[in-house]
Write a protein that binds this ligand. Sequence first.
Ligand code: NAP
Length: 176
Amino acid sequence: MTTQRLFFALELPAPLQQQLVQWRADNFAAEAGTPVAAANLHLTLAFLGEVNRETQESLQQLAARITQPAFTLDLDDAGHWPRPGVVWLGCRRAPRGLLQLASLLRAQAARHGCAQSAQPFHPHVTLLRHATQRIVLPPRGFHWQMEATRFALCSSLFSRGRTRYKTVARWPLTSA
Ligand SMILES: NC(=O)c1ccc[n+]([C@@H]2O[C@H](COP(=O)([O-])OP(=O)(O)OC[C@H]3O[C@@H](n4cnc5c(N)ncnc54)[C@H](OP(=O)(O)O)[C@@H]3O)[C@@H](O)[C@H]2O)c1
């Protein structure tokens, strides 16, 4: 049976992706880690892993039934996880809407056999990978804001040494 590697995510608008890439270039040395391509910058809500078509369709049907208002996301925090080698951007105070949405998607995924990490959800945008050496993070004071008005199901394909993400489906965040 064919499967796809899938995850639910908040996509970042292209202008924001470009701003983050510029800020990253200004604030991190080239040897700090492998930069994530601008188009791949996103915030994962729930990672599904390898999923067959039937499970995908069930999870898409459930996603389409989610009624939740849009929310504002403030990217004003950064950190380094040396073990997975990730440098990330996140939020000092995650909006309730973000936590609710991720919690719902993660619960639905778990009920469909998609194992969820035991670690608490820590919303983040991965900026650098393979960042295993000590890193000096930029001083606080950076801040980007975006309106999360929709969420997406994305596929992840690793080929010829590159990860490519493709949007499979999108749903609006609306209280109607
Ligand atoms: N995509 C593939 O099929 C694949 C295959 C082999 C090797 N790789 C290598 O694996 C590394 C990661 O690739 P990628 O992150 O672009 O694609 P990915 O592993 O498919 O991850 C897609 C998104 O899901 C998140 N995620 C992955 N596993 C998770 C888990 N167990 N729990 C919660 N969230 C999870 C990732 O978070 P984070 O951003 O926090 O990681 C990322 O935001 C890269 O160095 C790539 O070269 C990828």
